[in-house]
Ligand binder design. Structure first.
Ligand SMILES: *[C@@H]1O[C@H](CO)[C@@H](O)[C@H](O)[C@H]1NC(C)=O
Ligand SMILES: *[C@@H]1O[C@H](CO)[C@@H](O)[C@H](O)[C@H]1NC(C)=O
Ligand SMILES: *[C@@H]1O[C@H](CO)[C@@H](O)[C@H](O)[C@H]1NC(C)=O
Ligand SMILES: *[C@@H]1O[C@H](CO)[C@@H](O)[C@H](O)[C@H]1NC(C)=O
Ligand SMILES: *[C@@H]1O[C@H](CO)[C@@H](O)[C@H](O)[C@H]1NC(C)=O
Ligand SMILES: *[C@@H]1O[C@H](CO)[C@@H](O)[C@H](O)[C@H]1NC(C)=O
Length: 469
């Protein structure tokens, strides 16, 4: 911890909470992403937004529909001196339909999921085939239910459960799993069936993460027939995360809705908002958050493009449509917002430390147990959300923050060389570049990361106290 303080630059700012921790904010690199002039007045999309596929030659490029992950083709295998002992992964779920609240957007783009619904059923101890049948959900709307008319035309008669991972998103989940298998299975001695004593999968209380698990596990462990995944109670889940931390919420409010550092970009984008509102029929102001950030427009537009659908037009005027340039501006602004939320705002590091500290304490515990020879688990895979991967990136103070797209992945690889342990952290399949004195997280001493986590979070009791201080 002392060493971080010594290396604190003039730009870095120190925030102390709850006595035990010292969180230092190291500002991110300057790029087009966190340049508001570029976000508002630049051109082009900040990556791929209309397909899950990236040509091999440009793999690694930002793809909102299917972010780059570890694959054999791009993977840099360390020298033989390093033995891989443990891998922990956290990823965002893969691509999905809109959330139900999206029906606020009175859109003209239809969604269909016939025969592709999520599966939900309880299972007896002797398995699916003997006791129960698999049950698939198929959404329907009826003319007799008058509330149906409150949704946009794209959602009347939809067979999609909102949200659900789409069939394409399940394919992406499976590919993600088999790509990881090709890189890690033989090195970690993982078999073709998921063996919970050496490999564990964890999901959140949002069922879309379990839908991803179905595809991912079949790719990772192809002979798995049925399995259990880990889940924490929604009252204190550290992965989504859902645990209560009022201090973090207050910090976040102060540097977003409570600060002109945040609200000025919304004001500057007034003419873009006016156009989007005219197409979607959204009033301004509204009570559903369409004008407090670009989140809703970003997600609602990108979900369509990622599934090969067109940009929406007004249901009252088919010549009044969102243009590609307008969508691209929304995508630049959305990435600017995530950089601000998790990296540019001076208090964002403290926010991530509190909001995601519990998960980092668990990660630290997993790593320490492996080193101490107290755990046989070699592989741990967390399936989560953008609201999970973002504070991981914020906590580690990535140099170039983006909005983590579908399937985005952070990998923690624990290596042993002689008697020493080292950590490599991969983002998009490559060593993560941070703004901290740890620099690029490429075979750093494990202890350096453990000390960093302690400097950020302290103990569990410190974290709990810090959240309620
Ligand atoms: C964007 O361009 C407009 C029109 O040229 C200009 O008025 C505005 O100041 C620019 N915004 C920023 C943030 O540079
Ligand atoms: C921000 O983007 C604008 C427009 O592209 C550019 O003129 C300016 O130099 C950029 N600022 C920085 C700090 O890179
Ligand atoms: C996706 O967008 C890119 C850039 O805007 C464009 O060149 C490409 O043709 C689009 N692809 C599809 C499948 O629409
Ligand atoms: C669309 O907007 C709604 C808010 O009405 C939001 O909850 C949702 O996340 C957005 N995105 C998608 C893909 O539905
Ligand atoms: C707003 O930005 C300024 C300049 O970067 C910074 O000093 C200040 O702390 C920020 N305020 C908030 C609430 O984030
Ligand atoms: C379409 O027109 C109706 C009737 O004027 C209006 O109530 C509704 O808000 C309009 N919808 C959109 C998306 O503009």
């Amino acid at each position: 911890m002392v060493c971080y303080l010594l290396q604190t630059t003039l730009l870095a700012s120190v925030v102390a909470i709850a006595g035990a921790t010292t969180v230092v904010h190291y500002p991110p690199a300057l790029s087009n992403t966190n340049n508001l002039t570029f976000a508002l007045n630049g051109t082009g999309a900040p990556g791929i937004f209309n397909s899950s596929t990236v040509p091999d030659k440009s793999y690694g490029e930002y793809n909102w529909c299917n972010m780059p992950h570890v694959r054999t083709r791009e993977y840099k295998t360390p020298s033989r001196d390093f033995t891989l002992e443990y891998v922990e992964i956290i990823q965002r779920h893969h691509k999905r339909t809109p959330y139900a609240s999206n029906t606020f957007f009175k859109e003209d783009v239809a969604w269909s999921c016939t025969g592709e619904g999520p599966v939900a059923y309880g299972k007896g101890p002797s398995g699916v085939s003997s006791d129960v049948t698999e049950i698939q959900w198929q959404a329907f709307t009826s003319a007799q239910n008058p509330w149906v008319n409150s949704v946009g035309p794209g959602f009347v008669g939809t067979t999609c459960q909102l949200p659900q991972i789409t069939a394409d998103g399940i394919v992406d989940s499976h590919t993600h799993g088999s790509d990881l298998r090709a890189v890690y299975a033989s090195r970690l001695g993982l078999g073709s069936q998921l063996d919970p004593s050496v490999a564990q999968i964890r999901v959140t209380n949002n069922v879309i993460t379990s839908q991803v698990a179905g595809g991912l596990i079949k790719g990772l462990f192809p002979e798995t027939e049925n399995t259990a995944v880990l889940i924490q109670s929604s009252t204190y889940d550290s992965l989504e995360p859902t645990y209560s931390c009022p201090t973090a919420d207050n910090l976040h409010n102060a540097y977003t809705s409570g600060s002109s550092n945040w609200t000025s970009h919304l004001t500057a984008a007034a003419s873009l908002y006016a156009k989007l509102d005219s197409v979607s029929g959204t009033s301004n102001p509204d009570s559903a958050g369409w004008h407090t950030s670009f989140d809703h427009y970003y997600d609602n537009l990108s979900a369509k493009l990622c599934h090969g659908k067109k940009l929406p037009c007004s249901v009252n005027d088919t010549s009044l449509c969102v243009t590609q340039d307008e969508a691209n501006t929304v995508f630049r602004l959305g990435n600017w917002e995530y950089s601000y939320y998790f990296r540019d705002a001076p208090d964002s590091t403290q926010y991530s430390a509190l909001h995601y500290g519990a998960w980092f304490l668990e990660l630290k515990g997993h790593l320490e147990a492996v080193v101490a020879g107290q755990s046989k688990v070699k592989y741990f895979h967390n399936i989560a959300h953008d609201g999970s991967v973002s504070p991981v990136l914020g906590f580690l103070q990535i140099a170039n923050m983006v909005w983590p797209g579908m399937g985005s992945e952070v990998v923690f690889e624990l290596y042993k060389k002689k008697n020493d342990h080292f950590l490599r952290v991969l983002w998009g399949g490559q060593p993560m570049v941070t703004s901290t004195p740890m620099g690029t997280l490429d075979m750093i001493p494990l202890q350096t990361m453990l000390d960093y986590i302690t400097s950020m979070v302290g103990s569990g009791a410190d974290l709990y106290a810090g959240c309620h201080s």
